[in-house]
Each structure stands twice: as structure tokens, then as C-alpha cells.
Write a protein that binds this ligand. Sequence first.
Ligand SMILES: *Cc1c(COP(=O)(O)O)cnc(C)c1O
Length: 401
Amino acid sequence: MVTTKECIELENQFGAHNYKPLDVVLTRGSGIWVEDVEGKKYMDFLAAYSAVNQGHCHPRLVKVLQEQSSRLALTSRAFRNDQLPFLAKELCELTGFEMMLPMNSGAEAVETAIKAARKWGYTVKGVEKDRAEIIVCAGNFHGRTTTIISFSSDAQYKDGFGPLTPGFTLIPYGDARSLIKAINKNTVAFLVEPIQGESGVVLPQEGFLREAAELCKQNNVLLIADEIQSGLGRTGTLFAYEHENVKPDVVIIGKALSGGMYPVSAVVSSREVLGVFNPGDHGSTYGGNPIACAVAREALKIILEEKLIEHSAELGKYLIGELRKINSPHVDFYRGKGLWIGIVLKKEAGGARRFCEALQEKGILAKETHENVIRIAPPLVISKAEIDQALVTIKDILSQN
Ligand SMILES: *Cc1c(COP(=O)(O)O)cnc(C)c1O
């Protein structure tokens, strides 16, 4: 049997250090539970950044993955397969859009949306060649490609990786007035997370998305919602934009689209927008492969059939209510929607990392984001009893001096 120490040493020696994970080495998972190589069990309160909304190793996903991988795994898009058409149809029906384009990682889907918006700008809106602008928000997280980091407001994401891709304008998150000012004749899209996950579960001011949608419409600008982390039930609705009753022009989906079983992402939109792509314009060898599509179809069915959206709304309300009852010297406030909660610590608390390490010690895995926020995002299959069990530990840790 391998040990935690051995795994960490090997990874440190042979793996690039582009992450600073908690020192826990996991070897199996089921539902909200994961187990390390020494056999210690933990509740997973991160759910792989909401990729594992359906719970670890969901038996239905395991079955579909096994069956599909032993039948047909990859054709490339040079040929067709019998899974992609059905995922396309089911995803469009579920989301109320006309077309979809499949990719693998979230960042690739964001890149796809950027390319679609630019080409739409040139071919439909009539923007002058190479002048398209996309407005984005401070505090954004849309992935790690060179183009995407070009419009990050986090200096570390960009430092050392230039030259950067031009064509992006940053505005403060949640500020409709800045959006009005930033829009000009070359603006093709406003790319936004309805709730910012990596920034620490940050909710914009109420009404912001509604106003933004209105402004986009008035100015013939595409509203692109990055729902990679906020979508598919996490906030208690299928998509977080539903809280503001808006309909974006383009929605980017990833993470829970496969329930953590496989990298699958997609862009959904209208025929007018996704219709700009002609054969050869864009693609991916693995994008839309039969395993990805079969797994995604099942992952979507699980969300609906197990009522994970309703469950997230209900238990999320309960969890944040119970957290707010904790008398903690360290917590400034709690914010969130559904089973997605940011515990914002006071400056004097000394950072979120030590609380995450204390939680780990007591069997709960959560991850700090941006120094002073503990993000709470368990798989949506969590039961009320499991939440109550976790609350005992969380209360214990947050109320200690
Ligand atoms: C995770 C995430 C991405 C990037 O997805 P990857 O699969 O890591 O490339 C993009 N946008 C948001 C909002 C995310 O949370």
C-alpha cells in the first residue's frame, strides 16, 4: 500500500508545482464521501469545484462509462457517432436553446464562446475586422488558457505569461453603469459569471444581471453566461441566471455536465450565434466523443431524476441558516445561493487555510479561495443528516478562539 507521505514526495519531485493542494491523498469516493490511502474518511465539501454535483462515482455514471467505453470510445468528428446527436438534442431541450457545441474542458468551452461571439460580431453585427471587444468583470475566473488569462484581473494569473490577447475590457463586477460606459460599436459580448465562484462565491448586487441583459439587448451585444461552476443545480436552479429571470444569448457549461466522470463541456446558444461556425472553423479531437456524450446524457438525467436542483435549494437554505447561528469570533459574514456558500472571514482571522486544515483534521475537505473565504460546496446528493453531522464539526472549528 502506498502512503500519504510517499505520494506527496513523488508528486512534489516529478509533478510541476502549479497547485498547492491540501495534503490529503485520496484513493476512493462514493456520494459525498472520499477516503485517503490510510483509510481515513472525509466528507467532500468542495465536490471538485462543483464537477461532482451528482456525488463521487455515481453508480449510474460508472455503468454508462463502462458500457460505452467497451463499445466505442472515440471516433473524432471526422466521423459521426450515435451519442452526440442525442446529447445535443437533450441538452438543447433541457436548456431551451437551439444548438450546442461540445468541447472537453471548461476553458475550451469559454474559448469557443469567445470565438463564436467574435465571429458573430464580424458576420452578423458588422463589426470592422479585428476590432471586436468583449466586456468582462473584475474578479472573473473563466479558465487558464493564454487568451482567457489575458482578461483576468488577478495579476498572478498573467504574470510571466505575456504577450496577452487584446480585445477585452474589464469593468467592476455588478456595476451596470460601468457596463453602459464600456459598450461601444465594437462590443460583441458581455461575458459574466452570474455568481463568481473562484472569487469566493460572490453574488452581484440584485438586479445587476437583469440590467446587464437589458443593456446587451438594447446595444446588440451578446450576453454570455459562464455557468461552468454555478450551473446544473449548484445554486438551487438549473442555471444561476434564473434567479434574475434573464435569458442569456450564450451559456457555457462544464464541470457537473459529466458528474466528475469525464471532461465534458459545451456551449449552448441560438442558431444565429452557433451558426457562424462553418466546417473547419473550430474543433477538438475529443470534443463530442461517445463516452463524453453518453456520460453527459446520464449525468443530466441524474440531476433531474434525483431532484438535485430542488434538493440544493432546500438544503442550501437550511445550511446557511444553521451556519448563521454559529457564534464565531472569526466570521465576518456568510453569502451564497443553494448549496454554494462562502464563509467570509474577518481580516484578523489569519486566513482561511488554517480553518481548512482544521476541518481536514476533523474529516471535512473544503478549500480556501482568495485567502479569507472558505467555500462550502458539497455534492448535491448530500442528505440533511450528513449536513447536520458536518455542522457539528464546522461549528466546533469556527467557534474556537
Ligand atoms: C472551472 C471554471 C472554468 C474552467 O474550467 P476548466 O474545466 O478548469 O477548464 C471556467 N469558468 C468557471 C466559472 C469555472 O468555475
